[in-house]
Design a protein around this ligand. Sequence first.
Ligand SMILES: CC(C)(COP(=O)(O)OP(=O)(O)OC[C@H]1O[C@@H](n2cnc3c(N)ncnc32)[C@H](O)[C@@H]1OP(=O)(O)O)[C@@H](O)C(=O)NCCC(=O)NCCS
Length: 209
Amino acid sequence: MNNKVVLIGLGGHAKVILAMAKEKKISIDAIATRDFNPEKEFCGIPLISDEELTKYPIENTSLINGIGAIPNQSNHKEIFLSFRSLGFSFLTLISDHAWVDESVTLKEGSIVMAGAIVQASTVIAENVIVNTGAIIDHDCYIGSHTHICPGVTVCGGVSISENVFIGAGSVIIPNLEIGSDSMIAAGCTIYKSVSDWSKIVSTASMRIM
Ligand SMILES: CC(C)(COP(=O)(O)OP(=O)(O)OC[C@H]1O[C@@H](n2cnc3c(N)ncnc32)[C@H](O)[C@@H]1OP(=O)(O)O)[C@@H](O)C(=O)NCCC(=O)NCCS
């Protein structure tokens, strides 16, 4: 039996993944969405419900997590864990327009979008999003379910725990640790390590040295 590929989600993040799949000539057989309507399709791809997806043959179905990871607004982590606990596996994708060094480890379900750069000896755990144009330098660790938003710069030797959100354009200076379940707003410069469950909204300061 041929392997089927099902994309979960139909929001903005899923649309960017659809474009990446097209670029990589990965054919998407169905899109699973909560706004399921059997009459409807998207770009010629049939829509199915999550329940219908659970009836697909596990050994012949690969999933792509197209649910974005926005704190308190999405279930990116839960979708991955629930379908994995049923036995499904997730595709790991790297855009043809990203640079990922050959020494990088990228685990199941992680996705590196166009324009992103991931440098030597970095380890990216499961279900991570390295979004458009983000840079992760050498020897970093990125924990499961974390979202590195567009245009973020993670300098060398940084360790980011699981389920962290780093907002667009933020910069993490070298060798810091970012605790699990933390949220860093767009445009922050992080210059000290932060503990688990931190919420950093502004780091704006100007000190003349
Ligand atoms: C931090 C964030 C989640 C807050 O969202 P929110 O809870 O809706 O908060 P609000 O927009 O009501 O803002 C609350 C306060 O924080 C300030 N604020 C919000 N975001 C900020 C930011 N990135 N930098 C500095 N201040 C910020 C607001 O000015 C406001 O200040 P005030 O109370 O003095 O008026 C959001 O602004 C953010 O940065 N999201 C990340 C977006 C992103 O990177 N998306 C990528 C998707 S791919």
